[in-house]
Design a protein around this ligand. Structure first.
Ligand code: RP5
Length: 170
């Protein structure tokens, strides 16, 4: 495969390795959708220069969407968004404070001018799907895979045994 076909298109950055168990679900789903991605642990407050280097070089390496995940005073997604014009999806990581409400509010309440598209607390799968949908705007094959994923999801509910009665014609 040529290099450009395997280069990561989604850059996932977590505030800490402790966020990986949540964000591995995004890596797995992007893999199922055949979207190359890469995941890093780079804290915005502990290693800001490294974060800026990662964000600054990402687009030239093929990244088209960022997913940024953090917990607590979760400034990472906003800082990533401040340094790029690529779309940034924020994932609030669950914490001990009201189940991650601190992370959610830190990420979702971005002041105007620098947007972060925020998913639910722990919403790694939706972040992956949203990233794939953005890429699918210019990738018909990926659009097809997303539609197939959606159809399979619907079918699995229709075929659930608790819905057997509902499947019969009226
Ligand atoms: C945030 O602080 C990280 O995103 C993580 O969710 C949280 C705790 O980090 P560690 O102390 O586990 O490294 O920056």
């Amino acid at each position: 495969m040529a290099e450009h076909e395997t280069a990561a298109r989604v850059g996932i950055v977590c505030g800490s390795r402790s966020d990986f168990p949540v964000m591995e679900k995004a890596v797995e789903l992007l893999g199922r959708l055949e979207v190359p991605c890469e995941m890093h642990a780079i804290s915005a407050h502990r290693a800001p220069d490294l974060l800026f280097r990662f964000v600054g070089g990402a687009e030239a390496r093929g990244i088209r969407v960022f997913i940024a995940a953090a917990g607590g005073a979760a400034h990472l997604p906003g800082v990533v968004a401040a340094k790029t014009i690529l779309p940034v999806i924020g994932v609030p990581i669950p914490t001990q404070v009201a189940g991650g409400l601190d992370s959610l509010l830190s990420i979702v309440q971005m002041p105007k001018g620098i947007p972060v598209a925020t998913v639910a607390v722990g919403g790694a799968e939706n972040a992956a799907l949203l990233a794939a949908e953005i890429l699918a705007l210019s990738d018909p094959a990926l659009r097809g895979r997303l539609q197939a994923y959606r159809d399979a999801q619907t079918r699995s509910i229709e075929e659930d045994e608790t819905n057997a009665d509902l499947r019969r014609a009226p």
